[in-house]
Design a protein around this ligand. Structure first.
Ligand SMILES: [Zn+2]
Ligand SMILES: [Zn+2]
Length: 175
């Protein structure tokens, strides 16, 4: 854990004038790379920020930008060792893998009504709407675990998009 007060981009000993934490986050996330604007801000940062070295990219970032993982009675007990930038990248990679896994799984399915087996044509239809937590598409977007996905999939029938639509239309008519 480093204790230096300099964000990346400044020479050791250079003074940092801070505007706000969100500006700084934009800088480290690469949204803004105009570091000079940070050197001429009027608010002088009086306290030196405690820094932490990310275990994944080895960059130093202010400790308070790391996600809190454990909190007890308002007190922070544990912060992650992965910086927000690496955290975002790893979440994205995880969801991408999950999407690939789900597509591979769908390749083993077929429509219950007509046998259509092109994976991109297939939907998962919840047999009992009351049991439905969320759609499987949303589960992928939220990065659910495979176990949790499987539990949700078991509540579903596989239908092609045509038969899925037809079923919902019939359900609407018959109530
Ligand atoms: Zn990192
Ligand atoms: Zn079908």
């Amino acid at each position: 854990m480093g204790k230096l007060g300099n964000p990346p981009g400044l020479e050791p000993g250079e003074r940092w004038f801070e505007s706000s934490l969100s500006d700084y986050l934009n800088f480290i996330k690469g949204i803004s790379n105009n570091m000079s604007k940070y050197r001429y801000r009027i608010i002088y940062m009086e306290t030196i920020m405690e820094m932490r070295t990310c275990k994944y990219c080895s960059e130093d970032h202010p400790l308070e930008t790391y996600d809190v993982a454990v909190r007890k009675e308002g007190k922070i007990l544990y912060r992650r060792w992965r910086c927000t930038k690496c955290q975002t990248a790893s979440k994205r990679a995880r969801k991408h893998k999950l999407r690939e896994w789900f597509d591979e799984l769908k390749k083993t399915f077929e429509c219950k009504s007509c046998g259509e087996d092109k994976f991109y044509m297939l939907d998962l239809h919840h047999r009992d709407p009351k049991e439905k937590e969320i759609s499987l598409g949303d589960a992928v977007r939220r990065g659910w675990s495979k176990d949790r996905m499987m539990k949700e999939i078991k509540k579903c029938d596989v239908l092609c998009s045509n038969h899925h639509r037809e079923l919902h239309y019939e359900n609407k008519i018959t109530g």
